[in-house]
Design a binder for this molecule. Structure first.
Ligand code: HDE
Length: 713
């Protein structure tokens, strides 16, 4: 309400008319900022359908430049992030593929800075949003800085950079109300997704458990695009980069994610920081899928299409090195916030391909840093400085932090003795891979990019039953949050193209029916003059029945490093069993935390004082991986009096986690839903610590999920 009593709604309409900054695109054609009518806002101008994007493309530049400058200073995407320092070591030299020093010198330790992030949320949004995670690595190599700016999923939502502003605008909070924060579960996102079938593959990954990781330490990373490796002879090989976490790939459930966001919005940030602080350094192996140039057209999908992965069963991942994160930043802003990743930062031995998404990214990231970090000298910010000296004739600009000496700032010169001078390729200078291009300049998309259903179906088929259940639940939740039935129905049709039963399950949850057909064309990511029939999604193919590598059921289950174990105890707890559990779990890196009725300290039955890590009122079971209840008559009597312990145990059971109980602890357990789960393989009553350790390492007993669903918490 306006404070000015004389100001009425009628006046506000008048002001709207007078002031030109109110715009409304209802029934209006799309134009450039100069009023030019636009006939294709979906494809960039390229040298041939599968060729590189042309600098001449003023439409792409205007659209992307405008988009890149939308937020200051928060990153427009990936605003919420956490970083860490570490190093990379080569374990297997690959001179036959790449001349890059870091891929040849096994004795070398290359410093890295890594930033993990969510995509859609603001800087202060919670960590457990259902979202893709960024996985950006800066290698400070002796030949210059290389940035591998990837995600935790091996494919992307769109095929052409021209679509990125549309994608991001659809997932961000809706512009009228700025709702919802850090969530894809809303109308505009699914309006866009359901009209853009190329998004379906990344979309189903985002509905899987990959979108709600247990920890940054337990995520895979992918470069996504096909890059090129170049050897000394100048020969090229296609390559896809993979990061494989030594701890395996593990996730929480969606219900837990929602609760974690409330209980500790910094859950992932804290976990990464604390693990490194405690000396449990997360590690990943760097893997490569290498494809000879002659095999470029061998596959049922196009290697330049970033919505496609190469199944590991078709091209194996060769492990070449290992990355260790061993140092937390000193200052969040100076390092994690100011770090500037650019896919264009490459080194001799690595090169780009014509993937049209990668081509657009090569423009976008430098552009966004100019507004985010204020000018062209962002490479001088400490975190962005290469570890090698730099000399060139670029000068001045905002925030020049160096004092370049001398009279000359041009090339060629004689007054400066010809310096800084050029280097030969044989001396390590970068040179571009000489790719032959003979094509028409065209704003279009290759027909080889039109198969949008085969790989989402392969992904879904490859999941374990519990993972498939989670996908169905995620779709039901996300579409249930949409308000427009037409959008939900279009999505149901799309999901049916992946798997009919999946779509039926989701439809049941939504109280709708899967439509037999929908209005065509569904694919609006084409030009207004394009032959629409050519761009309908192609038929679903089955070139591989299953890809076991895509399922988290086939990951590693052999570590309990930095797993959080809640010890439920009060005064008088039994020290004998606790001592054995503590010694054996801690020796394998687990972290034990005593959760007592109040803060302060408690006494065990051997009259020793123990520091309480959290009182039951200040913590939640969703923040822990497993629970241990030591015996001790007095302790158990006290715990039974506090109802939150019952909830704590019930939630542990509901989310399929391991629980170990000794002695009188069983009396407390009998007060919970646990009495019906005594034959469960991850419920260990008076069993040895080795069995508990194994159950924790297995992450969850998903077999429990159907029965545990009924536990009312
Ligand atoms: Fe990004 N992306 N992106 N992206 N992206 C940014 O750059 C962009 C894409 C990724 O921790 C921005 O510095 C365009 C794919 C990560 O600092 C911006 C397109 C992949 C990060 C930008 C893509 C990514 C970003 C925002 C379509 C996975 C965070 C702030 C052509 C391979 C890096 C910034 C960090 C950040 C643009 C698509 C990953 C605006 C135009 C595909 C991990 O420049």
């Amino acid at each position: 309400m306006s404070k000015n009593k004389n100001f009425t709604a009628k006046d506000s309409k008048k002001i709207e008319k007078l002031q030109p900054f109110y715009t409304d695109s209802k029934e209006q054609p799309l134009t450039t900022n100069q009023g030019l009518l636009v006939n294709d806002t979906n494809n960039s101008l390229k040298a041939g359908e599968r060729g590189s994007t042309l600098l001449e493309d003023f439409l792409l530049r205007e659209k992307i430049t405008s988009f890149d400058h939308e937020r200051i200073p928060e990153r427009i995407v990936h605003a919420r992030g956490s970083g860490a320092h570490g190093y990379f070591e080569l374990t297997k030299a690959i001179p036959q593929y790449s001349k890059a020093g870091i891929f040849n010198d096994t004795g070398r330790k290359t410093s890295v800075f890594v930033r993990f992030s969510t995509v859609a949320g603001s800087k202060g949004s919670p960590d457990l949003a259902r979202d893709v995670r960024g996985f950006a690595v800066k290698f400070y190599t002796e030949e210059g800085t290389w940035d591998l700016v990837g995600n935790n999923m091996p494919i992307f939502f769109i095929q052409d950079a021209m679509k990125f502003p549309d994608l991001v605008h659809s997932v961000k909070p809706e512009p009228n109300r700025e709702i919802p924060q850090a969530a894809s579960a809303h109308d505009t996102f699914y309006d866009f997704i359901s009209r853009t079938p190329e998004t379906l593959h990344n979309q189903i990954w985002a509905m899987s458990d990959r979108a709600i990781p247990r920890s940054f330490r337990m995520m895979e990373g992918f470069g996504i695009h096909t890059f090129r490796l170049i050897n000394k002879k100048g020969e090229g090989h296609f390559v896809k980069f993979h990061w494989k976490p030594l701890l395996g790939i593990h996730s929480v459930t969606w219900e837990e994610a929602v609760k974690i966001n409330g209980a500790d919005a910094d859950f992932h940030r804290r976990d990464l920081w604390d693990a490194i602080d405690a000396g449990h350094f997360p590690q990943w192996e760097l893997g490569m899928q290498i494809v000879p140039e002659k095999d470029e057209h061998k596959y049922d999908f196009d290697l330049l299409d970033p919505t496609k992965l190469i199944p590991e069963e078709m091209v194996a991942v060769t492990i070449v090195g290992k990355m260790t994160l061993n140092r937390n930043p000193e200052n969040f802003f100076a390092e994690t916030e100011q770090v500037a990743f650019l896919p264009g930062h490459i080194i001799p031995g690595i090169d780009f391909t014509n993937d049209p998404l990668l081509q657009g990214r090569l423009f976008s990231y430098r552009d966004t840093q100019l507004s985010r970090l204020g000018g062209p000298n962002f490479h001088q910010i400490p975190i962005n400085r290469p570890v090698v000296n730099t000399h060139n004739n670029q000068r001045d600009g905002h925030m020049q932090m160096e004092i370049p000496k001398g009279q000359t700032a041009y090339f060629p010169n004689s007054l400066g003795m010809g310096c800084p001078h050029l280097s030969k390729i044989s001396e390590g200078a970068f040179n571009h891979y000489e790719e032959r291009i003979d094509a028409k300049k065209i704003r279009s998309r290759s027909a080889s990019f039109s198969d949008h259903f085969s790989q989402p179906a392969l992904f879904y088929r490859s999941l374990a039953a519990w993972e498939q259940d989670h996908v169905a639940e995620a779709y039901t939740f996300e579409l249930g949050k949409c308000t427009e039935d037409s959008i939900k129905e279009r999505m149901l049709w799309m999901i049916a193209q992946i798997d009919e039963d999946l779509s039926k399950k989701v439809a049941k949850g939504l109280g709708l029916k899967v439509p037999k057909s929908i209005e065509k064309p569904i694919n609006q990511a084409i030009g207004a003059d394009a032959d629409k029939s050519k761009f309908e999604p192609g038929p679903k193919k089955n070139y591989l029945d299953k890809s076991p590598a895509l399922s988290q059921a086939n990951t590693k289950f052999d570590s309990i490093a930095f797993r959080q174990i809640a010890i439920l105890a009060a005064d008088g707890f039994s020290m004998k069993n606790y001592r054995a559990v503590k010694e054996q779990l801690e020796s394998d890196g687990a972290i034990l935390k005593i959760i007592a009725p109040t803060g302060g300290t408690i006494m065990c039955d051997e009259n020793m004082e123990h520091k309480v890590d959290a009182s039951i009122t200040t913590t939640e079971s969703v923040l822990f991986d497993a629970v241990y209840i030591p015996g001790g008559k007095k302790s158990i009597k006290k715990l039974i009096e506090e109802p939150k312990y019952i909830k704590f145990i019930n939630e542990t059971l509901k989310y399929c986690k391991a629980i170990s109980i000794d002695g009188e602890g069983e009396e407390l357990f009998n007060q919970t839903a646990g009495k019906d789960f005594k034959d469960d393989k991850a419920v260990l009553i008076n069993k040895n610590v080795a069995a508990f350790k194994k159950a924790i390492a297995e992450h969850r007993n998903w077999d429990r999920r159907k029965k545990a669903e009924k536990i009312p918490v």
